[in-house]
Design a protein around this ligand. Sequence first.
Ligand SMILES: [Zn+2]
Length: 233
Amino acid sequence: MQRTVGFIYAHPDDETFGCSFLIRQISDEGAAAVLLTATQGEAGKSGRLGSMTPEQLAAIREQELQRAGEILGIAEIEHLRMGDGKLREMKQEVLVDHIVAFLNKHQAEVVVTFPADGISGHPDHIAIHHAVNKAVFSGACRFVQKLYYNLMGLPDAKAAGAAVLELKGEGQQEVKAKALAAHDSQILSIERVFGKLDDGPPWHFAPELFQLVWERGSFHPAKQEHSIFDDLA
Ligand SMILES: [Zn+2]
């Protein structure tokens, strides 16, 4: 059976920022990476594309995500089209139900999402973090065996003996640069984090880190991991 990894994020581009190496690797190994994106990112800025309405930006960001998904090899993208910036105001059960339905539909065995601080502290990211926790820990996601948080540079977690998978992105730097560039409307925030993309090649993106926080009912298993597919039943 083909392995499936579910990525649960808030805005188009969240997946590319933190998971480009991982998604490309999953796809290259013949497994499936599927993505659920809660909002269209219509409250964001439109950077060099100039001013536009939220509706126009929403449409553009969906197209950008489609393009990034093709570059990374995402098998399927689903959009909930909830209000950008409004996830914490809505009933959490609604979000949880959507996440459970998505993960069950795709029979996802592994889930990747934001850590508690949402990486950037964005309230939508934190709302997604809590909703995914609730969905997975409830046991309602029948196929899920492992949950990972996507970290951006957290050597402390490694030092504390946590199971952290580190992907350095050998041979994948150009893929990440192209996927980031596909999110054209977000280029200013991308450059704030990663520097100017057109300065490369070579690019030097930081490693992507994934902390295993739950595996079949046990929290923070202390183990050495080599792949997110390690120890799946
Ligand atoms: Zn975001």
